[in-house]
Design a binder for this molecule. Structure first.
Ligand code: DQA
Length: 146
């Protein structure tokens, strides 16, 4: 069964709980992951989590996903806006991916409006806070079940 989802958090997402709650809410990363796990359970998906503040480690994790995941949920944090290295590595996986942002990146500073990964993803969910991850899982489940 194709139900293995890799949930990848990028730079500064380990600091959730300390970051501006107006944009990111007040959950810590651990609490967010617990919420994602329970949504995944309800949807019959298996999730694994990864977080790093090092771009190269994020890239190498993507390199290693072959055969280990059927889909990816990723929130690369600020790397979203400029990391062609992460974009290239995501493309290399060939896996369906959904881009998630806790905040509404289209309604913030100009530089956050640009994402270098959007066109590689089957969907983007932004501005829905932690619930956005559930939406992302649902969209991936529909895609990998096709
Ligand atoms: C973010 C939005 C990014 O612009 C920001 O740099 C982050 C988090 C979000 O989840 O809203 O670190 O990806």
């Amino acid at each position: 069964m194709r139900n293995r989802i890799e949930v990848m958090h990028g730079v500064n997402l380990d600091q959730l709980g300390r970051r501006d709650p107006a944009h990111y809410g007040s959950l810590t990363l651990e609490e967010l992951e617990r919420q994602i796990s329970s949504a995944a359970r309800e949807l019959g998906l298996e999730v694994r989590f990864f977080q790093t503040n090092h771009e190269g480690k994020f890239v190498e994790h993507l390199h290693r996903l072959e055969g280990l995941a059927d889909g990816i949920v990723l929130n690369p944090g600020a790397w979203t806006h400029y990391s062609y290295a992460i974009r290239d590595a995501l493309e290399l996986t060939g896996l369906p991916a959904v881009e998630v942002h806790l905040s509404n990146i289209d309604a913030r500073e100009e530089w956050r409006r640009r994402s270098v990964i959007t066109d590689l993803c089957i969907a983007r969910v932004a501005g829905k806070g932690p619930d956005g991850y559930r939406d992302a899982l649902e969209q991936l489940r529909a895609k990998i079940g096709e």
